[in-house]
Design a protein around this ligand. Structure first.
Ligand SMILES: [Zn+2]
Length: 335
C-alpha cells in the first residue's frame, strides 16, 4: 500500500503525480500484462488531479477514489478535542458493557434512531445534482438519479465520537441526563484497527454546513461525469459498473451529513464499509442483531483490538457503583 499525504493519495501503486517524491520514475507500469498509466483529470473544474488507469479496464473505481479525496480534504482540518482525544458519550449500562467487553458497537446506519439524519444527506445530494444537471451527460444524470432514489445500501456501520470534552449538550443527549459517562480515547491508537483495511475503515468528520455537504456531492458528480466521458471515449463505459461503484461511495457520504442544527455536536465518526474492503474483512465480519438494531463491533473488525481508553469521565449525575466499573480507579474522573 502506498500513501502520499501531499497529494492525498492511497493505493496499490506509488503516487501517480508527476515528479512526486512518493511516486515512480517509470512512465508506465504494468499489472498482469496490462499497461498502467498516469492520467490527468479535473482540468474542467480547475483542479487537476492524477490517477492510474489500466489499459482495457473500466476506470469507474477512479470516480470513487477521487470522491474519497474530497472526503479526505474535509477531514484535513483538526478532528480531535484540544487535548487530542475523542469523546464517546453514553449511558451507564452501555458504559459498563463497553468497559467489560472492551469493544465498541458500530451501528448499521439504516438503523439510526433518527431517520432524518440520513435523509439530510439525500436532500442535499438531490438539490446539488439538480443544480448541476445542465452540465451533465445523460448517462451521469441517470446514475445520479438512481443514487438519490435507491434504498440505502447495505453495510455502512458507524460509531460516534465528539471533539468536545465539556459539552452540556452531549451529557444530556447521549449520557441520559448526565447519569452516564464519556469514554476518552486516543484516535492515534486506532491505527491498527484502521490498518485492517484502509479502504473500508476510517475516521471522518461530520459535515454540518450546506456548502461542505453540497461540495462533497458536487465532487462525486463532477468526477463521475469526467470518468464516464473518459471511458466512453475508450469504449469501456458500462453503466452498471459505474452505478455499483457510485452507490457505494454515495452511501459513505450519507453518514457524513447532518443538519446544521446539530453543529454544536462537533462529531467525528468511525465508519466501516465492508463492501469497500480490498481485504477479507467482509467475509470475516459477523453482523449481530438486537431488535431494531444491526451492528458490528471493533473486535469483530479486528479480533484482539483493545480500546485505547485514556480515561473515563462520569457524568455530573452518575449515581452508579463506581467500584464495579471495569476500569482502573486512576483512569476514573467525575464531572
Ligand atoms: Zn504525491
Amino acid at each position: 500500500m502506498h500513501f502520499c499525504e501531499a497529494h492525498i493519495y492511497s493505493g496499490f501503486f506509488p503516487c501517480p503525480w508527476p515528479e512526486c517524491a512518493n511516486g515512480t520514475r517509470a512512465e508506465d507500469l504494468e499489472l498482469r500484462g496490462k499497461r498502467v498509466f498516469s492520467q490527468r483529470f479535473g482540468d474542467i473544474v480547475g483542479q487537476p488531479v492524477y490517477a492510474w488507469i489500466i489499459d482495457g479496464v473500466s476506470a469507474a473505481d477512479r470516480a470513487s477514489q477521487l470522491t474519497r479525496r474530497a472526503i479526505a480534504q474535509v477531514n484535513g482540518a483538526p478532528s480531535v478535542a484540544d487535548d487530542g482525544f475523542l469523546y464517546h458519550f453514553t449511558t451507564e449500562p452501555a458504559l459498563r458493557s463497553i468497559l467489560t467487553t472492551d469493544e465498541l458497537w458500530l451501528t448499521d446506519y439504516r438503523d439510526f434512531s433518527d431517520k432524518q439524519e440520513i435523509q439530510e444527506g439525500q436532500t442535499v445530494a438531490d438539490a446539488t445534482f439538480r443544480h448541476l444537471e445542465p452540465e451533465l451527460s445523460v448517462e451521469t444524470k441517470r446514475i445520479l438519479a438512481t443514487l438519490v432514489n435507491a434504498p440505502l445500501s447495505e453495510g455502512v456501520y458507524v460509531a460516534c465520537f465528539s471533539m468536545l470534552k465539556d459539552s452540556p449538550h452531549h451529557w444530556t443527549e447521549y449520557a441520559k441526563d448526565a447519569s452516564g459517562g464519556a469514554l476518552v480515547m486516543n484516535p492515534l491508537s486506532f491505527g491498527p484497527l484502521l490498518a485492517r483495511d484502509p479502504f473500508a475503515i476510517q475516521f471522518t468528520r461530520v459535515a454540518y454546513a450546506w456548502d461542505v455537504k453540497a461540495g462533497l456531492f458536487a465532487s462525486l458528480a463532477v468526477w463521475l461525469e469526467e470518468l464516464v466521458y473518459f471511458d466512453k471515449k475508450r469504449g469501456l463505459f458500462d453503466e452498471n459498473v459505474y452505478a455499483d461503484e457510485m452507490t457505494q461511495i454515495f452511501s459513505e457520504l450519507l453518514p457524513m451529513c447532518k443538519d446544521v442544527s446539530f453543529l454544536r455536536e462537533h462529531e467525528v465518526r468511525l465508519v466501516v464499509t465492508p463492501a469497500q474492503a480490498k481485504s477479507d474483512l467482509a467475509a470475516n465480519l459477523y453482523v449481530r442483531s438486537i431488535p431494531g438494531r444491526r451492528y458490528i463491533t471493533t473486535r469483530g473488525v479486528l479480533p484482539g483490538f483493545s480500546l485505547p481508553i485514556e480515561k473515563v469521565v462520569l457524568g455530573p449525575s452518575f449515581a452508579g457503583d463506581r467500584t464495579t466499573l471495569n476500569v482502573a480507579p486512576v483512569k476514573l474522573e467525575q464531572m
